[in-house]
Design a protein around this ligand. Structure first.
Ligand SMILES: Nc1nc2c(ncn2[C@@H]2O[C@H](COP(=O)(O)OP(=O)(O)OP(=O)(O)O)[C@@H](O)[C@H]2O)c(=O)[nH]1
Length: 203
């Protein structure tokens, strides 16, 4: 199974369409709670998770509920998940992350990334909407710092793309295939060091 996670409106559905030729969108306006949407692609399940985080008109409790549901889905299906693609909006994500940091909170995108890492789920961060970003390389470097990814691993994790304009999608496809081929490292004992953070938050 391949899962797509990310804030609402970052372009998850557009990206899934670009990669698989399948529409997962059900025409709902942003902010309306929805369940994970599953399509089948090359003998695998591809799941578009509901968007997390702030959505205008959505009360905080509902945001938290969506986040908890995503966390539970990932925990319950962790054995089956071969790859997670965290989609972020390259234009706005750094500003959002810095806003959270100023409030002394862990930014939700960073929290999800670390949660996936704790579960040893191979993860790619698709930095979308780069058609709107001036300094792409600078953005990726700063993102790597925020996500705690060492410089040497940047190209294994971050891929700048534009789902809408079809930019760099071949690079993303190649990285997806590479990660699926590699699978989980055999030495990584699954669920071994699942510790704090999101998991505790929903206990
Ligand atoms: N400029 C730009 N816009 C994009 C890009 N990818 C997607 N969009 C636009 O962003 C908006 C949201 O895209 P969706 O694919 O619906 O986003 P989503 O993450 O599935 O949204 P939810 O269903 O709310 O979770 C749409 O208007 C897309 O056309 C991109 O690469 N560049």
């Amino acid at each position: 199974m391949i899962i797509f996670v990310g804030r609402s409106n970052v372009g998850k559905s557009t990206l899934i369409f670009r990669l698989t030729g399948k529409w997962v969108r059900r025409g709902k306006r942003p902010g309306v709670t929805r369940k994970p949407v599953e399509v089948s692609w090359r003998n695998r399940k591809v799941v578009d998770m509901p968007g997390f985080g702030f959505m205008s008109g959505l009360p905080k409790e509902k945001q938290e509920k969506i986040k908890d549901e995503i966390v539970h889905f990932i925990e319950n299906n962790a054995d089956e998940i071969d790859l997670a693609i965290l989609v972020i909006d390259g234009k706005s994500v750094l500003e959002i992350i810095e806003r959270w940091e100023k409030r002394g909170e862990i930014p939700i995108d960073v929290e999800f990334f670390q949660f996936l890492r704790e579960l040893k789920i191979p993860t790619i961060v698709a930095v979308n909407k780069i058609d709107k970003v001036k300094n792409v390389q600078g953005t990726i470097t700063r993102l790597a710092e925020k996500f705690g990814v060492p410089y040497s691993e940047i190209n294994e994790i971050f891929v700048p793309i534009s789902a809408k304009f079809g930019k760099n999608l071949d690079e993303l496809r190649m990285l997806i295939e590479k990660k699926l081929r590699e699978g989980r490292k055999p030495s990584e004992d699954f669920k071994d060091d699942v510790g704090n953070g999101l998991l505790d938050a929903v206990e």
